[in-house]
Design a binder for this molecule. Sequence first.
Ligand code: NAD
Ligand SMILES: O=C(O)C(=O)C[C@@H](O)[C@H](O)[C@H](O)COP(=O)(O)O
Ligand code: ZN
Length: 358
Amino acid sequence: MSFIELDDGIGGTGRAAIGPLSDHADLLASAADGAALPCITDEHVWKLHGHLLKDIIAVDPIFVPRGEAAKQWNILISLIAALAARSHPRSRPFLALGGGSVGDVAGLAAALYMRGTPVIQIPTTLLAQVDSAVGGKTAIDAEGQKNLVGTFHSPMLVLADPALLATLDRRQMRAGAAEIVKYGMIADEGFFRWMEAHGETVIAADAHACAEAAQQCIRMKADAVAGDLRDEKGRRALLNFGHTFGHAFESVAGLGTLLHGEAVAAGMVLASQFAAATEYCAPDVPKRLVQLLDRLGLPTNLGALGLAGKGTTLLPHMLRDKKSDGRTATLVLPERIGEARLLRAVDEQRLRAFLELA
Ligand SMILES: NC(=O)c1ccc[n+]([C@@H]2O[C@H](COP(=O)([O-])OP(=O)(O)OC[C@H]3O[C@@H](n4cnc5c(N)ncnc54)[C@H](O)[C@@H]3O)[C@@H](O)[C@H]2O)c1
Ligand SMILES: O=C(O)C(=O)C[C@@H](O)[C@H](O)[C@H](O)COP(=O)(O)O
Ligand SMILES: [Zn+2]
């Protein structure tokens, strides 16, 4: 079995492996050190896949609600309480088994509990396997804003088993595919082409194609994170392509209404159309992106998100984005497929005019 090294650039090292969970029985047993490992998860995932862990080690599930509803203050508090009730020691990791929402709130609990406890991420959605389980961004939502509260806390281990995706519904698989397309757009035209050829196979949960996608995305993400864990230097920010619009869509629709990947899909399209309208890229860039996302059954405009006519309501949310200086919007814009750049202090009049027509 081979690992992808996750060096967070500030002294923390972790590892990611793609393949059957059962291959890691020894590693998990040594992490457990004879105790039952707390496992933060949701009841649906636990019923489907908890047995894979129970076959290997003693695990003690701690449940959170499904989906975005897990990323709330009261859930975070309940996790800290559950760990304290178990006298869980700081030296021993606990597990996060689930999609990106479980991973985000469990990661935040790990960062806070006893000022930092190791966490092993076991992602069970396509999106979490290709993106969220790696990189150490942890978060809950607050004040109606996505990921308003969080930390950077890198996982000690990420175990992504593509076989677990067989039970995931198609809508969730599509949402994960959006983040995969993102990697092609920002960093690798060859990988974008690979998605043009294999995207449907990925969405059908073909284990080989999903493993290949995870391998490529995790490598690209590890590379961006190693140089800029805390998202300060503009390098990691490229991973936020589609998210200034996307998070605004999620907020306007009501957090938890749209899937994150759906919002990111349409967000990438709007960012690319804005880039083309302002001559940062050629018009064929949004065109080719829309063709691929359409084929993968992902939304590519406000109407498809149920937000027709809501363009200008997005602006205040975009100005609150973490990349913003508080006065102006910052956008990740494609220059061509496979290359993106950060544009700070986006002209508000231009952006407003663009949103009015979106
Ligand atoms: N930290 C990061 O870097 C990062 C990156 C991308 C996204 N995110 C966050 O991740 C969240 C989205 O995560 P997501 O797309 O994984 O969805 P999710 O975690 O919000 O929801 C997943 C849903 O699928 C179900 N599920 C999970 N695994 C399953 C399986 N194998 N079979 C059947 N059902 C299964 C769950 O019960 C849940 O209902 C958003 O909050 C987003 O902001 C974080
Ligand atoms: O890891 C990153 O950096 C990303 O931007 C990955 C995104 O896919 C992810 O949705 C992330 O949680 C967004 O972070 P935020 O800083 O915009 O809240
Ligand atoms: Zn994302």
